[in-house]
Write a protein that binds this ligand. Structure first.
Ligand code: GYE
Length: 307
């Protein structure tokens, strides 16, 4: 009987786990792709994924985590909306011996052992790359505006920092304005409208740096409505590489995007499997992506929208 019972357990496979996923919300096209991708990856692996949408609120994420802990899940994926305020709930997960994998954004905690690993890109590097592209395009002379992501998110903090690291090296690059558009299309449009108003219709502006594609898409609309040509009168660079930004780039409305791979479920689940097997796991599993320019935009749009 005992042998039979253990065989039955084995035959369900090592990955037949129950995993909680606390997602931020659905503020951007990128995030929607990430959600779909992680759900699909869980299904492929036979993982019972408990999905919780926090509607952009940290308090909802903390509640979701406590409910996952109470249910005794085998692991937790957390996409943390902001960077701080996680110590207590992560300690509760650790005390319950539930590994937590951060996906796509990071946290600031006093004790890094409170989470297993982070599967995310290097936002500082993305910001640096964006600024290097802009400096090259404008020969180091540019008065730009910045559309920041969600206030307090690691993605916004670090994309700002990386960009400014490089801008500092060019004495004739200057930030005119910077404000959060909350990573949404409507936020990007609204903030860009106010920037254009405050900047005499935008004539003295040279470029827009948006922390994600959705805000850039909103800004493109605002620029058009103000009677200027996005991608020409104002250079635009953003991050994510969602299908719609390739369409805009192919149409000449924007100039560059930095890719962020949304398929983070595979490495996140692998990390939980490794931890369960007692194998070491790196503290940061880096997702990487190149910068795309208009030359390949039409092809990229076709390829990505067909998927
Ligand atoms: O760039 C943005 C999203 O955390 C990396 O969040 C992610 C960012 C992504 O809403 O579109």
């Amino acid at each position: 009987l005992l042998v039979g019972a253990s065989l039955a357990v084995l035959s369900t496979g090592a990955s037949a786990l129950t995993i909680g996923f606390s997602q931020i919300g659905s503020e951007s096209g990128w995030r929607t792709s990430e959600t779909e991708s992680i759900k699909a990856e869980a299904k492929k692996r036979g993982i019972d994924l408990k999905f919780s949408d926090a509607q952009q609120k940290q308090e909802n994420q903390i509640k979701a985590l406590r409910s996952f802990i109470a249910q005794g899940v085998d692991g937790i994926l957390l996409a943390p909306v902001v960077e701080t305020g996680w110590d207590q709930v992560l300690k509760e997960a650790k005390d319950a011996k539930i590994p937590v994998v951060l996906v796509d954004r990071g946290v600031k905690v006093a004790d890094e052992s409170l989470y297993l690993t982070k599967v995310a890109s290097d936002f500082v590097e993305e910001g640096r790359l964006a600024a290097a592209w802009l400096a090259t395009r404008t020969s180091g002379k540019c008065r730009y505006v910045e559309l920041q992501g969600t206030v307090g998110s690691s993605a916004a903090i670090d994309r700002k920092k990386g960009f400014e690291d490089v801008v500092k090296l060019f004495p004739r690059m200057e930030q005119a304005r910077s404000q959060s558009g909350d990573f949404t299309r409507s936020g990007g449009k609204q903030v860009m409208e106010s920037f254009l108003k405050a900047e005499d219709g935008g004539k003295a502006l040279c470029a827009v740096y948006a922390h994600n594609d959705d805000m850039a898409l909103g800004a493109i609309q605002a620029i058009k409505e103000a009677g200027l040509k996005p991608g020409k009168d104002l250079s635009i660079i953003s991050i994510d590489a969602v299908p719609d930004i390739f369409k805009a780039m192919a149409d000449g409305d924007t100039n560059a995007t930095i890719e962020l791979n949304p398929h983070l479920g595979g490495p996140a689940f692998d990390a939980i499997d490794a931890a369960k097997a007692g194998k070491p796991v790196a503290k940061w599993i880096k997702a990487q992506g190149p910068l795309y320019l208009p030359d390949t935009a039409a092809d990229e749009y076709k390829r990505r929208s067909a998927q």
